[in-house]
Design a protein around this ligand. Structure first.
Ligand SMILES: [Zn+2]
Length: 280
């Protein structure tokens, strides 16, 4: 019987029998783990700082491999856990909660299940850090009633694009896929890419573009922004006019991720955030 001690973000919880919970975690190695939390529904067990387990919490759990089977796998079984981080405001703001729920549902659906025992001493993975930083940022941000949908949509764009980079599927932004011309931010518009090729994962320059009417440079700016920023400075983008493409930008990145990860958000029953329907 091997012992497991890990930290992870709660992505999903399913009641099992009267008092247990089957929980999916994103652990600090960026892997998804399913764990049976004995007494996790909170009737008897009390943990420090809280008496129930909630989506989005960061938990340290200590388990042993059990004989309890769910599907084809033997689940680790935990009696002992403690709260490491707890969001404070997401439950009380339905628009924040919608975005939060979209993120954890997406991560739960995309990250494959891992059976290996990871080492808690490892450096946290970049995907884990991206998710925990996103939850913390969303929890603490103060939203102005006038622009809350735009601010949340920008966070959604950043979350998805940054996730694409960390997953290794983001488009190549450095140069033209056809002729190798180097794209760079200069005064002259000629060095901007003209055509975004979603399926090929990159851009064509104006000379190589098959459609001379297309001007996809704004998509390139969004990808470059996501590549070069982090959660601390993600508000910054030089050209405020680019934000007028927000609604279209979200569609592009969602199509990009679903194509390159070969999944369907509808089939996974991941509902879009309702406030994003009327964006420009
Ligand atoms: Zn070219």
């Amino acid at each position: 019987m091997s012992n497991i001690s890990e930290q992870g973000i709660i992505l999903r919880k399913i009641p099992i029998k009267e008092s247990h919970l089957l929980i999916s975690f994103l652990n600090t190695s960026g892997e998804k783990k399913s764990v049976l939390m004995l007494g996790g529904q909170g009737s008897k067990k009390k943990i420090k700082g809280t008496n129930f387990l909630e989506l989005g919490q960061l938990i340290e759990y200590r388990c042993t491999k059990s004989k309890y089977s769910h599907g084809n796998s033997d689940l680790p079984q935990c009696r002992d856990w403690s709260l490491v981080w707890q969001h404070k405001h997401l439950r009380y703001d339905y628009v924040k909660f919608e975005l939060f729920y979209y993120w954890i549902s997406l991560i739960e659906s995309i990250i494959p299940q891992s059976e290996t025992v990871s080492n808690n001493d490892e450096v946290p993975s970049s995907i884990y850090l991206h998710v925990i930083n996103a939850l913390s940022y969303l929890d603490l941000i103060t939203l102005d009633l006038n622009n809350r949908n735009i601010v949340l949509a920008r966070m959604q764009l950043f979350f998805l694009m940054r996730f694409a980079f960390l997953s290794g599927i983001a488009p190549l932004t450095k140069d033209c896929l056809a002729c190798g011309l180097n794209f760079s931010i200069k005064e002259s518009g000629d060095v901007y890419p003209a055509l975004f090729l979603l399926h090929e994962g990159g851009f064509y320059c104006k000379a190589c573009s098959t459609d001379q009417r297309r001007k996809d440079d704004w998509i390139w700016f969004y990808w470059e922004w996501a590549r070069t920023h982090n959660w601390k400075n993600m508000e910054n983008l030089d050209d405020a006019a680019l934000w007028t493409h927000m609604g279209h930008g979200l569609e592009v990145v969602k199509n990009y991720i679903t194509h390159h990860l070969n999944l369907s958000l509808q089939r996974l029953q991941i509902q879009d955030v309702s406030g994003f329907k009327n964006l420009p």
